[in-house]
Design a protein around this ligand. Structure first.
Ligand code: AOF
Ligand code: ZN
Length: 346
């Protein structure tokens, strides 16, 4: 087999972890000797052993590693975090060659892993295509921009409405679609909603149907302070962002910003180390993020049901969908189209 086939195996292995590595990247590793695969490993879960070590542990006779090649989708780490440094551990294996899918954008690691291996005489080749970014868009975006990667999520009727009327919650998706959107939630560190959605829907914003060890932070945008005295103020794992200074002094989880805009919200969340956020609406909040070009991706669950034409439109308008970006993927889930749109960076 050729290099690219082994690297593809490593990518496939990385993807198996799905949402479980959470804010760690999904990483895969394949160990090869004399054109034989010795092991395939990946980073299973946030806090667990890294991909290289997962593969290493599967090689019964460690002698076989002498002169072997490892294909790994992300640069082996050079720091001690929840796990000891992979690059350092790998030095003892007697590897001949390490093929790295992409340099790690985490400044604790960037190029240090590669340098450590090269300094010990190991041949390190960097893959010409950024392999890891395709698997971990939020991880790479966060470390290159110090801002969260933003996904806007909307479920709409065939005529582009999200509810029958404002101040009314309308359920338009099926249980099967809900399971998919909970998987989407499981990848995030925060979910943002507006105050109207908080008051009308009172969504728990928790990940259900999908097993995860990490619930995303609930972020409620409440510029005026309409949620004073509401249950949200004492709900755990919640952050309320407001321009109302009085409100902000009343509870620890209420943060004051002089001006609340998508940019100031994202800046605040980025400072808290949040890499991936899902903006679940309502339409005013979605419209603000669209206008500010403050998103990387939009997921539209397009159902076949109809809501009254007088209902509330997604993104505040009925006809803006075409300007949102390029459609990258369309999938059918239980009679519903799941459309993935990526914004074209200017
Ligand atoms: C690798 N292989 O499989 C992963 C890496 O706290 P830790 O020890 O888990 O370290 C997390 C950081 O290590 C993470 O931000 C990223 O830079 C790197 N993740 N590195 O060599 C892996 N998951
Ligand atoms: Zn590592």
């Amino acid at each position: 087999m050729q290099d690219y086939e082994y690297m593809q195996l490593a990518v496939d292995a990385a993807q198996q972890a799905q949402w479980r590595p959470w804010k760690n990247p999904r990483v895969g590793a394949v160990i090869v000797k004399d054109d034989h695969i010795l092991a395939v490993g990946y980073h299973h879960q946030y806090g667990d052993v890294h991909a290289e070590i997962d593969a290493y542990q599967q090689v019964a006779d460690k002698q076989q590693l002498v002169g072997a090649t490892i294909y790994v989708t992300l640069e082996p780490c050079a720091h001690t975090g929840k796990q000891p440094s992979c690059a350092t551990q790998m030095l003892a294996w007697g590897l001949q060659r390490v093929v790295v899918g992409q340099i790690d954008p985490n400044p604790l690691v960037t190029k240090h892993g590669v340098e450590r291996l090269r300094a010990a005489g190991v041949q390190v080749d960097i893959w010409p295509i950024p392999v890891s970014e395709a698997i971990n868009p939020a991880f790479h975006y966060f470390f290159t921009h110090q801002l969260p990667y933003v996904t806007l999520k909307v479920a709409q009727s065939l005529n582009g409405k999200i509810t029958a009327a404002s101040n009314e919650a309308t359920k338009i998706t099926s249980a099967v679609v809900d399971e998919d959107s909970h998987t989407l939630r499981a990848y995030q560190q925060a979910i943002i909603i507006g105050s109207t959605t908080a008051l009308v829907d009172q969504p728990s914003l928790a990940v259900r149907h999908v097993h995860t060890q990490h619930q995303p932070l609930r972020v409620i945008i409440d510029r005026r302070g309409r949620l004073v005295n509401s249950a949200a103020v004492t709900q755990d794992n919640t952050l309320i962002i407001t321009e109302n200074a009085d409100f902000a002094t009343q509870a620890e989880q209420v943060s004051y910003l002089k001006v609340v805009t998508p940019q100031t919200i994202l800046h605040l969340l980025g400072q808290r180390g949040i890499q991936a956020v899902l903006v679940e609406g309502g339409s005013e909040l979605h419209a603000a993020f669209v206008q500010a070009h403050a998103y990387q991706e939009i997921i539209v669950y397009q159902t076949t049901g109809l809501l009254p034409n007088t209902g509330v439109s997604s993104f505040g308008t009925a006809d803006s969908m075409t300007d949102l970006g390029k459609i990258k993927n369309v999938k059918v889930i239980d009679n519903t189209l799941k459309v993935t749109i990526k914004r074209e960076e200017a």
